[in-house]
Design a protein. Structure first.
Length: 317
């Protein structure tokens, strides 16, 4: 039996640089190459991989999310170099917890000031409703600074979610978060929320196009351009990559579904925060070029000119 990792290995080549046939007596290398490049069939490459290589997705022409376009960044490098404008949570809930059910996925996306999407964290598993409620609140409670907390929670509006909202609203009203039994050892029996209220938006289920079409149309350009980036220490990283590589034939697509949901109700995709002007740009628009100024910490005089990042002086840009 051949494993997937073996099937994905490159072809062995002969002296001419042509793939070697494993059964040359019946299928010569020239015959197979002619079949693979059949000009009459638009799906020749796809059919060849299905019938001859037992690997339908092994073609760059057909794979929407190639492995070499999967971009990651270390958390240290990310924290040191990537300024973030805001964070949001997207959630895909599994209505049941049996062996055949899908996974619940809670994805934290961070939009950088330049407009790129960084996936900071993914909580992924088969959870009971009280565990889902806990993890939703925990994504906000784990952040010490209010400015780092998610500004929006997008959850698909299903009967399961509408039933769970009563438990979420109970936590809002009491300010106490119940910790599920299986998490008590690490998080204790209950925790005060500090008055946190989750800004939840229930999103209607899409009915005009299939989920696969929505995922493809939304993510494929961002994935291939390198503007969709995952932090490399996310625990379920291998699962994430497999969902992309196997799309649209993957057994599950819970993770990439929530990544696509990060674009829900988002209309502006340019730079989210003004960049700092250069000294030359500032002087070009300044009314009095002879005025002594200081900019970006460089002392040129006594007056201090605010930059777009001094929110207390220019407002929150």
């Amino acid at each position: 039996m051949l494993f997937r990792s073996e099937l994905e290995q490159p072809d062995l080549l002969d002296d001419r640089g042509k793939p070697i046939s494993f059964w040359p007596e019946r299928f010569s290398a020239d015959f197979l190459e002619q079949e693979r490049k059949d000009p009459i069939s638009e799906d020749a490459q796809f059919l060849f991989n299905c019938q001859r290589k037992n690997l339908p997705l092994n073609t760059n022409d057909r794979v929407p999310f190639p492995k070499d376009k999967f971009h990651t960044i270390s958390r240290v490098k990310y924290q040191e170099n990537v300024p973030i404008s805001y964070r949001q949570i997207t959630v895909d809930t599994a209505d049941t917890q049996n062996k055949r059910s899908n996974y619940t996925c809670i994805t934290t996306g961070a939009w950088s000031q330049s407009g790129k999407l960084y996936i900071e964290d993914i909580i992924h598993g088969k959870f009971q409703p009280d565990e889902i409620v806990f993890w939703l609140f925990w994504t906000a409670m784990r952040e010490n600074s209010p400015s780092r907390r998610p500004v929006m929670y997008f959850i698909e509006n299903t009967a399961f979610v509408r039933g769970m909202m009563s438990a979420i609203n109970r936590v809002h009203d009491t300010g106490i978060l119940h910790v599920p039994d299986n998490l008590e050892k690490k998080y204790g029996k209950s925790r005060p929320t500090g008055g946190i209220r989750l800004p939840i938006t229930l999103v209607p289920r899409e009915t005009t196009i299939s989920k696969q079409e929505r995922i493809l149309q939304t993510l494929q350009p961002w994935y291939n351009s390198g503007e969709l980036i995952f932090l490399d220490d996310i625990p379920c990283m291998s699962h994430i990559l497999q969902e992309f590589l196997d799309f649209p034939q993957a057994k599950t697509d819970d993770i990439i579904d929530t990544v696509a949901d990060q674009f829900q109700q988002k209309e502006y995709f340019g730079r989210l925060t003004p960049r700092k002007p250069t000294l030359e740009e500032y002087l070009r628009t300044h009314q009095d070029p002879t005025e002594e100024i200081s900019i970006f910490g460089e002392r040129l005089g006594q007056h201090n000119i605010p930059t777009p990042y001094e929110t207390n002086r220019w407002g929150n840009l």
